[in-house]
Design a protein around this ligand. Structure first.
Ligand SMILES: [Zn+2]
Length: 454
């Protein structure tokens, strides 16, 4: 699925040297002391380090990106986020009825374009700093998220949330759909960002509205992002209103398919897993958020083994609280081992696959990103091995999944452009964004502290 404009980028040649390259290609190719050549936005060569080749290509050694013995991986793909919510992080955690009693009232009164813009930039600083090169988001005022993402240089799918009752940015469903149209116009010629229509969940839109979203996606060749089989009440609600279970209901509405990515799918039965796979629907697995809310553990290993398009996600900053993907790796492995009472399932290699090429497949972007292969866009991350927890490294996959921290990431490159190097962000001034965010945080604290202090 190619949603992006294919306009040419300016061509310059770069090289990454002196790292262990985990390509995440079909053969699981690893280059121990490897070299990657990048022409403009595209990976043009991968192989063992070769000084003669650098000379032929006239790349001076001192201009190469030195991985300093680190681990070089494809950029991490965060398949489910709400990055405009980061200024609500740590607010009323672990409260019963948090969604209805805290989040919805907060959003109704506080969410506006300025907040979404600043909160999005704040999240992007964390995400890029932690090695995320591609994300899929669904929230209100999505235009602001798109503008923030465009400034940051990240790749992604930006979804405008739609629901029967609208939201803080729309009074009803038609008005929300109008915002999807505006977003599409904004991103028409964007090289890195594509729009999505994002129906919130099976219980927040009517059947005809959900069918409309499916038709809209088909007409405009636009991605669909949604929550599915996540809430404990969802199953009985959908069963009562429509006589089927949520995943079958979404299929009936035309919402499953090769443009769709469904977040959670915690309550997917074996038959429903097969339906998701047969329809080529992408799945965003969010183990950190799902465990914190006590909802359950999605059958991620079963889906993986059956060949699903399954990637990992953080969910929003009120759900899993951190927005970086490295935090998701270990918990993905551990939750499946607990679920199946088997230490051999969901190996570090399988987890890293989900976080990279699996995530790209879940977003239907695997032709562009997700692995280090010739012809793919240069979305590349270097994870350093200097910190105590990253030594020794007998198995680089295990080191990444079980030991790494987001702060170990030393380089984040998207489309051939360095967005973070040696912990310095190139496109976002995190300090000034935080300063700007502080005023909003102070006013939220003053107005809403009763929600979490009582
Ligand atoms: Zn979500």
């Amino acid at each position: 699925m190619l949603y992006f404009s294919m306009t040419e980028a300016t061509v310059s040649t770069q090289a990454i040297i002196n790292g262990t390259i985990l390509t995440m290609d079909r053969q699981w190719t690893v280059h121990d002391r490897g070299m990657i050549i990048i022409e403009g936005d595209t990976i043009s060569e991968i192989g063992p380090y070769c000084p003669d080749r650098l000379e032929t290509l006239r790349i001076p050694l001192d201009t190469c990106i030195d991985a300093r013995g680190g681990i070089v991986i494809p950029g991490l793909v965060n398949t489910h986020t709400h990055i405009g919510m980061s200024l609500f992080r740590s607010l009323a955690d672990d409260r019963p009825n948090r969604l209805l009693e805290v989040i919805f009232p907060l959003e109704r009164s506080q969410v506006n374009p300025k907040l979404v813009h600043i909160a999005s930039l704040h999240s992007l600083a964390e995400m890029i700093g932690g090695g995320t090169t591609c994300f899929a988001d669904m929230y209100y005022h999505a235009k602001e998220t798109a503008l923030a993402a465009r400034q940051s240089g990240i790749r992604g799918i930006v979804g405008q949330a739609v629901a029967s009752k609208g939201g803080p940015d729309a009074k009803d469903f038609p008005e929300a759909v109008q915002l999807v149209g505006n977003l599409q116009e904004l991103l028409q010629d964007d090289r890195l960002l594509a729009p999505a229509i994002a129906p919130h969940a099976p219980y927040s839109l009517s059947e005809s509205e959900l069918e409309y979203c499916a038709a809209f996606s088909e007409t405009h060749n636009m991605a669909i992002l949604s929550h599915l089989a996540e809430m404990p009440f969802e199953e009985s609600y959908v069963q009562e209103h429509y006589g089927v279970r949520p995943i079958a209901f979404y299929d009936r509405c035309g919402l499953l398919g090769p443009r769709s990515t469904m977040a959670h799918c915690i309550f997917a039965s074996p038959d429903e897993c097969k339906l998701l796979i047969d329809t080529h629907t992408g799945i965003a697995h969010n183990p950190s958020a799902n465990s914190k809310s006590g909802k359950g553990i999605a059958p991620a290993h079963a889906l993986y083994q059956a060949g699903a398009r399954i990637g990992l996600g953080t969910d929003g900053p009120m759900s899993g609280n951190t927005m970086d993907m490295i935090h998701q790796l270990g918990i993905t492995a551990k939750m499946q081992k607990v679920l199946l009472k088997d230490p051999t399932v969901m190996t570090p290699r399988q987890v890293l696959r989900c976080a990279t090429i699996g995530g790209a497949e879940a977003l239907h972007l695997e032709r562009i990103t997700g692995s280090i292969e010739i012809g793919k866009r240069a979305d590349i991350v270097v994870v350093g091995t200097d910190s105590p927890a990253m030594f020794p490294v007998y198995d680089p996959y295990a080191a990444l999944v079980y030991s790494a921290c987001p702060t170990d990431v030393m380089l984040t490159m998207v489309d051939g452009k360095v967005l973070m190097r040696d912990r310095e962000l190139m496109t976002i001034d995190a300090r000034s964004i935080r300063k700007e965010a502080q005023g909003i945080v102070d006013s939220i604290r003053a107005r809403f502290s009763h929600l979490w202090e009582s």
